[in-house]
Design a protein around this ligand. Structure first.
Ligand SMILES: [Mn+2]
Length: 320
């Protein structure tokens, strides 16, 4: 992976000058954005800087093993930091702070945008966006190597978490030789792969089991060859499940052979979220998601629209 040398040097200067550094993961944080933020957090701690990770949403309890996670601030009460780094957020609204702090995105401030979403609109003063990277943590790995910054065991565990989750434990089509090569280098540096797989993939709460049961039971195939499922607010309530417990179930729905693509519609508090996946080489689900104001990657994308789910003969989205 080749990163732009001039951009990297400018970021290195900004890091050297900075004492306090704010790291912002995207809202509804996943393993890649958490791994990215805490990978940098641990590297900066080792460099004697004063980093803070602040996110508008609380991370799921599965991330308790991430070194430093106990320091995370929920909500952002000020942006008075020497340097601000936003990780794995393809668009400004995904940070959840764009309305509160619009100056973050007008390039007047020291803001670094590190991301791998092809739809990223380069909102930072400095931008490191590599859409061929399977995870944002892969880009951060390359940055730390190129800039000769710390890559300790803690940093490596954080970075491997992002690769592991964004590739669906190396099963998604974004897994290539480079992905495995970087994963191997992180393992060699002591990354805790066993811990990651145990905490993230082999830990399923009873409420999650029940919720996934509903999703699997509701799965059907449309006449167009799309595999669909739905889950309503009522399902969440009855299963005692939180929204983040949906994470991962779309891969089961996507496993139906010969699907054009798969989509799960999730109803939550006045909005309907669509999660799209495909194993079909011909299909770009980010284009379908963008028809509904969303975006993402060619093989994994999503959107959110206002409304609720109502059952007629088939499920469809109804305006509120
Ligand atoms: Mn990611």
């Amino acid at each position: 992976m080749k990163l732009d040398k001039n951009e990297l040097m400018a970021i290195k200067t900004a890091i050297d000058k900075a004492d306090t550094i704010l790291l912002i993961p995207h809202k509804s944080p996943d393993g890649d954005t958490i791994g990215s933020a805490f990978g940098l957090y641990n590297a900066f701690i080792e460099m004697g800087k004063k980093p803070t990770v602040a996110c508008v949403d609380e991370p799921a309890p599965v991330f308790t093993f991430i070194p430093g996670i106990e320091t995370i601030k929920i909500g952002i009460d000020h942006i008075d930091y020497d340097l601000i780094i936003i990780v794995d957020a393809g668009a400004v609204h995904l940070t959840g702070v764009h309305e509160l702090y619009p100056t973050l995105f007008d390039k007047s401030r020291e803001v670094v945008n590190i991301d791998h979403h092809p739809t990223n609109d380069l909102y930072g003063k400095y931008n490191v966006v590599v859409s061929t990277a399977a995870s944002t943590t892969m880009i951060i790995y390359q940055m730390l190597v190129d800039l000769n910054l710390p890559l300790s065991r803690s940093v490596s565990t954080c970075l491997l978490t992002g690769i592991y989750t964004d590739t669906g434990s190396f099963m998604h089509s974004n897994t290539d030789a480079k992905t495995l090569q970087i994963a191997a280098r992180l393992l060699a540096r002591g990354a805790n792969l066993r811990g990651i797989s145990k905490e993230i993939f082999n830990t399923t709460k009873i409420s999650t089991m029940r919720l996934w049961g509903r999703v699997l039971k509701n799965t059907y195939r449309t006449s167009e060859g799309v595999t669909m499922s739905v889950v309503t607010q009522k399902d969440f309530n009855e299963c005692g499940a939180a929204y983040d417990e949906m994470s991962g179930v779309v891969d089961y729905v996507n496993a139906v052979p010969d699907s054009l693509y798969s989509v799960i519609l999730t109803e939550r508090q006045g909005v309907v979220k669509g999660s799209l996946r495909t194993l079909n080489d011909e299909v770009d689900v980010s284009a379908i998601a963008s028809d509904y104001g969303g975006g993402g990657h060619t093989k994994a994308a999503g959107f959110t629209v206002k409304g609720r789910l109502e059952k007629e003969v088939r499920w469809k989205v109804i305006d509120c």
